[in-house]
Design a protein around this ligand. Structure first.
Ligand SMILES: Cc1ncc(COP(=O)(O)O)c(C=O)c1O
Length: 373
């Protein structure tokens, strides 16, 4: 059994993907071809924002957002303690200070209560300029934007949505990657919408930030790429990746999002009475980048992973280490204690999940977990 079977998806979409990739090869428009512009238009329409700017990967997408918002030394940027390294990495890369905030145990996402407590402490310390909040849509579930937006407004801070794992999720019919002042996503192959290499995108309704990001992603270009008006990056989505994504986006919209939600419901219906399964708040929809269980102790979690492995079932620990314990942040960060994140790192376990997962595999995972417990 595969944790996320990308080969199966390719077999199903192969004819269309090959045709589109060959078209790029024949046209030889590898950089910023028409397919990139067409994809950006389609992504912006799907998400419901004015601008989509694709780029090299989800980490660059976050950095481009930070560059547009002029995040710099002396700025405090609030980041969940339970996330992938890149969410905080780009804050330090910009010379600013990531402040790690604990998460909500039920949703795995940034806790609005902890966020406001930490903001108050940091404000009282007078050490930093309160600049931005980076909320992460962990495992596919949008963060609590109704509350986080209120807090951002109250303290006059920018809100960045790190939707690397969240593309396709919703809150009351509104799509992920539309909740931040600037939102970002990743098209890393294993993400809900993945390409065949690295890729990413930035979303915003703000014309000025879109203009800046368009410049920053091509060496700070001015009127043309040999007129450079600011220091930028070389971060574009390859036309071949845009061609792959144009086919995958169709499948994603038409049936993949529904398929992962059906699989999640099957897992939850079969397992929720014996183990802690993911909680989706009313009105929210996840794109199920991961389906993550919580066990009662590290020993139970590690035993469960071993027993699943012995039965031929892959599982993953996202994430084994809180951000505040990452050595790379030792000098650049400031954090309060994050007991919920500490506990989750010891007790979470993600199960196989992808839109083409067969009934017999879902049944095997469920039966094995039941027998282990
Ligand atoms: C929450 C989060 N943010 C950012 C990223 C960075 O995306 P990429 O790997 O495309 O740079 C990832 C990817 O793993 C992620 O999960």
């Amino acid at each position: 059994m595969q944790f996320r079977d990308l080969k199966k998806q390719y077999q199903i979409l192969k004819d269309d993907i090959n045709k589109e990739v060959m078209r790029v090869m024949n046209d030889a428009n590898f950089i910023m071809g028409k397919q990139v512009k067409d994809l950006e238009k389609e992504l912006a329409e799907y998400v419901g924002v004015k601008h989509c700017l694709t780029c090299g990967n989800g980490t660059d997408a976050l950095q481009l957002a930070a560059m547009a918002l002029d995040i710099r030394e002396g700025d405090a940027v609030f980041v969940p303690d339970f996330t992938f390294f890149a969410s905080g990495e780009i804050v330090s890369l910009m010379g600013a200070t990531p402040i790690f905030v604990d998460v909500d145990e039920a949703t795995f996402n940034m806790s609005p209560e902890s966020l406001e407590d930490v903001i108050k402490d940091v404000k009282a310390s007078g050490k930093y300029n309160l600049k931005a909040i980076i909320a992460v849509d962990l495992f596919g579930l949008p963060a609590n934007y109704p509350k986080i937006k209120e807090i951002a407004k109250k303290y006059d801070m920018y809100l960045i949505e790190d939707g690397a794992q969240g593309f396709g999720g919703e809150i009351n019919g509104e799509k992920a990657c539309s909740f931040g002042d600037i939102s970002t996503t990743s098209f890393f192959p294993a993400k809900p919408l993945g390409c065949y290499g690295d890729g990413g995108a930035v979303f915003t309704n703000n014309d000025e930030w879109a203009r800046l990001i368009d410049s920053y992603r091509v060496h700070g270009k001015g009127d043309n790429k040999y007129d450079n008006v600011r220091i930028g990056l070389n971060s574009r989505l390859d036309t071949i990746q845009a061609a792959v994504l144009s086919i995958k986006l169709k499948a994603f919209k038409e049936y993949e999002i529904k398929a992962v939600n059906d699989i999640a419901n099957k897992y939850t219906n079969a397992l929720s009475h014996i183990i802690s399964t993911p909680h989706i708040p009313t009105g929210f929809m996840s794109s199920w980048a991961q389906y993550t269980l919580k066990l009662s102790s590290k020993k139970d979690r590690d035993n469960m992973q071993e027993a699943l492995k012995a039965a031929g079932i892959p599982s993953m620990i996202y994430y084994p280490k809180p951000m505040h314990k990452q050595e790379a942040f030792e000098i650049s960060t400031h954090y309060e204690s994050c007991p919920v994140t500490d506990k989750l790192c010891d007790t979470v376990l993600s199960l196989p999940m992808y839109p083409y997962m067969e009934e017999k595999d879902i049944d095997a995972v469920v039966a094995t977990i039941k027998s282990i417990l």
